[in-house]
Design a protein around this ligand. Structure first.
Ligand SMILES: *Cc1c(COP(=O)(O)O)cnc(C)c1O
Length: 390
């Protein structure tokens, strides 16, 4: 059996895959099992922030794998302590809790929000308002947090206590707030929901409203974080500070990590045995994340991300098949003439690895991509869109 046949026989069919088996990669380029070359502007859904097999990253990770690869959370870990210190210093937040994925980081944020409210106001003060069209993960609770009806199916009963408000609609949010509200949870740019960039005014007013009413503001930066939008974290564009923030995808540079950070007000909420995970704070993963942060967290790197994003947007808007572009940094949604899923599959066949978000094409290229590589991506997209409309 070849890779595809084995996959179809032995792996549960929970993903619609493109017809490609990736074998290796370097930078922005991936190769399949037959040696065919692909330019990758998806970076494993924003995960390979430094591209494939970045030399410094791979060195940091393999050095750590050759030093100590895992220890339980009953011991202190220098790599985890360093990463936590770095994250707090860079965000102004106070403490972190390590996990292994975005959904887990969000679960952690939800638990902290509920425990804070339980300790202070009792068990009924537990509701979390999220936004329609959001995406927060695939566990039973984060599915419930996800404000899209299609996700609320099959796995009943879902976790109670979530309400959904219309994004960018302050009145709808206010109408959902009552004496039970403990938190508001949002992505400032909804990724899976179609690269919807929230209004600055809206986010700022929500933050003020939350602060005034002791409602916790949870910002899900799983997709937007770690330089993706041209700031280290996307909420910096909005001038707000979350009480809780979650980070995952791009942080590990390709290894699984999820982090929940909290501000001063929440730093003593969690006590021994209120939360934990065996793999969380793994030193190999943390060594990779430390390297990623050391590379990305500086003004020159971040302004280059924005500069390349602007360049890409300008080139995309010149294509006849492109109707509009929604973009912050290198988080890019492309509205096209014709079906985005069809276009994505044809791009892949033409050597461009690209993904979709709702009915848009989506690019989340490695932050290290060059302008020449962006041009090559735009050219393949142009050719593909012309094939479709021909
Ligand atoms: C991908 C994503 C998640 C879920 O992360 P996993 O690592 O897949 O569990 C949560 N929130 C947002 C905004 C995401 O983009």
């Amino acid at each position: 059996m070849n890779t595809k046949e084995k996959d179809l026989q032995y792996i549960m069919h929970t993903y619609g895959r493109y017809d490609v088996a990736l074998q290796s990669g370097k930078g922005v380029i991936a190769y399949d099992e037959d040696g065919k070359r692909y330019l990758d502007v998806s970076s494993g859904i924003g995960v390979n922030s430094l591209g494939y097999c970045d030399e410094g990253w791979a060195k940091a990770v393999s050095a750590q794998a050759n030093t100590i690869q895992h220890m339980s959370n009953y011991f202190y870990s220098p790599q985890a302590s360093d990463l936590a210190e770095k994250l707090c210093r860079l965000t102004g937040l106070s403490k972190v809790c390590f996990g292994n994925s975005g959904a887990e980081a969000n679960e952690c944020a939800i638990k902290i929000a509920r425990k804070y409210s339980f300790d202070k106001y009792g068990p009924d003060h537990n509701e979390i308002i999220t936004l329609k069209n959001s995406f927060h993960g695939r566990t039973v609770t984060t599915l419930a947090a996800t404000g899209q009806e299609v996700f609320h199916n099959y796995f009943f009963p879902f976790t109670q206590g979530f309400k959904y408000a219309e994004p960018n609609n302050l009145d709808d949010l206010k109408n959902n707030i009552d004496e039970k509200t403990c938190a508001v949870m949002l992505e400032v740019v909804q990724g899976e929901g179609g690269v919807n960039i929230l209004d600055k005014q809206y986010v700022q007013t929500v933050a003020t409203l939350c602060e005034k009413n002791d409602i916790l503001l949870i910002i899900d930066e799983v997709q937007t974080g770690v330089g993706r939008t041209g700031k280290l974290f996307a909420h910096e564009h909005y001038g707000v500070t979350p009480d809780l923030m979650t980070v995952a995808k791009g942080l590990g540079g390709g290894l699984p990590i999820g982090v929940c950070l909290c501000g001063d007000k929440l730093k003593t909420v969690m006590s021994p045995s209120t939360h934990g995970t065996t793999f969380g704070a793994n030193p190999v993963v943390c060594a990779g994340a430390n390297y990623v942060l050391d590379t990305i967290a500086n003004d020159a790197f971040l302004s280059d991300v924005e500069e390349k994003g602007r360049f890409l947007e300008e080139k995309l808007l010149q294509l006849s098949g492109v109707k509009s572009v929604r973009r912050l940094g290198l988080m890019v949604g492309i509205e096209i003439e014709g079906d985005a899923h069809d276009a994505a599959a044809k791009c892949v066949a033409n050597g461009l690895l690209i993904i979709t978000a709702k009915d848009l094409l989506r690019m989340l290229p490695p932050l290290t991509i060059t302008k020449d590589e962006l041009l090559e991506a735009v050219n393949i997209l142009d050719k593909t869109l012309k094939e479709i409309t021909a």
